[in-house]
Design a protein around this ligand. Structure first.
Ligand code: HAM
Length: 418
């Protein structure tokens, strides 16, 4: 038991250094990639009016029925901490009259009241992209490719893509009818939750984790066998585009995804390194949501990546414990001011730099530089100053050289490790 007075609430997490640096790098890569694909950032509130999620994520979904952090504010309004990003992004795009078609990305914390375990927390981070106003199957393939490039760039080699199509308003009623017929015939084999799902929203039985239900669902009618000709064509074109992009995928008939707004393409990225919570990210097409939020008919598609699971699945990037930081060491009180000036100069040159103002002796400063993970120390001593040089120590190799004062920034930059 820790003797600290306070601990974080169950299911939340802290990102202390160096994990916070790793998180930052993953976010930077995401921003960079999103920019390359023409997405612009949208920043939305952490809580929304509860109806926003009820209307979109869905009344019958596990998220809405069991996992939302919903509370009344002091004026009695029902608000909910966002369990996912898509509804808020659609709401915000409409409210801000963002010109469509538009490509938006977002990142930040999300909240679901789930049973915490490895890779599943109550507060987690998503990196999401949404393309509003684009109907082509090539966009679905492009977005699936976006996620694949992202995971590949991070060195997650064992990521597989699961793919399905769940049809549209035209073909889903017949599928639903056949599914309900099947489930009703096997009612006795379903768990209690699935009895409720059967009444409220039968497609949601595919979210059930109960192994008996899952076995039964292996024999259930498949959405893909009920696609209308338009959906069938759309899905073939998605697959052909993925083939052309050289992306491998597995067709998964049970991939309905736990959210109500999807139609046609759904997909998920799985990693073998995550155990039970193996979904690194997922998404799909949602051609009706903008309209359901009061906007014009607008096809849409997107994905969200789980940042926390990505960090669990990716190999350690750091080859060593050094980071992009220079440490300025001063030998005696006489060098304190010249050293501080050098600190300003390095920062002005864009080099992250620190020094130890409390230090009495250089030995302590070297210790602190090492503990801070600095890449190098620039040593300012009386002898060096008179000769117009600094000593530069590479903290990775231990090598020390003398460098003329006017080239210090170049030499330090060459030693900085990321
Ligand atoms: P989602 O599949 O519910 O989709 O969540 C996306 C990802 O968020 C998951 O694959 C997982 O990596 C991560 N995630 C979800 N819940 C947790 C949790 N409790 N702990 C840790 N990670 C978690 C969506 O949210 C959709 N909005 C995706 C989308 C965007 N569809 C269209 N556009």
């Amino acid at each position: 038991m820790s003797s600290f007075k306070h601990s974080r609430p169950k299911g939340t997490q802290d990102f202390a250094p160096p994990q916070s640096d790793r998180k930052h790098r993953v976010e930077e890569l995401f921003r960079h990639l999103a920019g390359l694909y023409g997405f612009q950032e949208i920043v939305i509130p952490v809580f929304e009016h509860t109806e926003v999620f009820i209307k979109s994520t869905g009344v019958g979904s596990d998220i809405v029925t069991k996992q939302m952090y919903t509370f009344k504010d002091r004026a009695g309004r029902s608000l909910t901490l966002r369990p996912e990003g898509t509804p808020g992004v659609v709401r915000a795009a409409l409210e801000n009259r963002v010109r469509m078609p538009c490509r938006l990305f977002y990142l930040g914390p999300y909240f679901r009241y789930e049973r915490p375990q490895k890779g599943r927390t109550r507060e987690f981070n998503q990196l999401g992209i949404e393309a509003l106003g684009e109907a082509s199957p090539l966009v679905d393939a492009e977005i699936i490719g976006f996620g694949d490039s992202f995971f590949r760039e991070l060195g997650i080699a064992d990521c597989t893509i699961q793919l399905n199509s769940i049809g549209c308003r035209e073909c889903r009623p017949l599928y639903r009818q056949n599914l309900v017929g099947f489930l009703t015939r096997h009612r006795d084999e379903l768990c209690n939750d699935c009895h409720v799902r059967l009444e409220r929203n039968p497609l949601r039985v595919f979210d059930c984790k109960n192994s008996a239900c899952q076995n039964l669902l292996a024999q259930a009618p498949k959405p893909r066998e009920h696609l209308c000709s338009e959906c069938d064509r759309h899905f073939s074109e998605v697959r052909e585009a993925l083939n052309r992009q050289g992306l491998q995928y597995e067709l998964n008939d049970r991939l309905a995804r736990g959210l109500d707004y999807y139609n046609r393409t759904t997909f998920e990225y799985l990693s073998g390194r995550l155990g039970a919570q193996d979904s690194l990210g997922g998404g799909g097409r949602y051609d009706y949501l903008v309209e359901e939020f009061g906007g014009p008919e607008t096809p849409a598609t997107g994905l969200a990546i789980g940042l926390d699971r990505t960090m669990l699945a990716m190999p350690e990037l750091e080859q060593n414990k050094r980071r992009r930081l220079a440490f300025v060491v001063w030998m005696s009180d006489a060098e304190l001011e010249p050293a501080r000036k050098l600190l300003d100069q390095l920062r002005a040159e864009g080099i992250p730099a620190r020094m130890d103002f409390d230090a009495g002796r250089p030995k302590r400063q070297f210790k602190l530089a090492d503990a801070a993970g600095a890449s190098c120390c620039v040593i300012v001593g009386p002898d060096e100053l008179t000769r117009g040089v600094y000593s530069l120590k590479d903290l990775l190799t231990g090598e020390q050289t003398e460098v003329p004062v006017n080239t210090i920034a170049i030499q330090v930059r060459a030693l900085l490790r990321d």
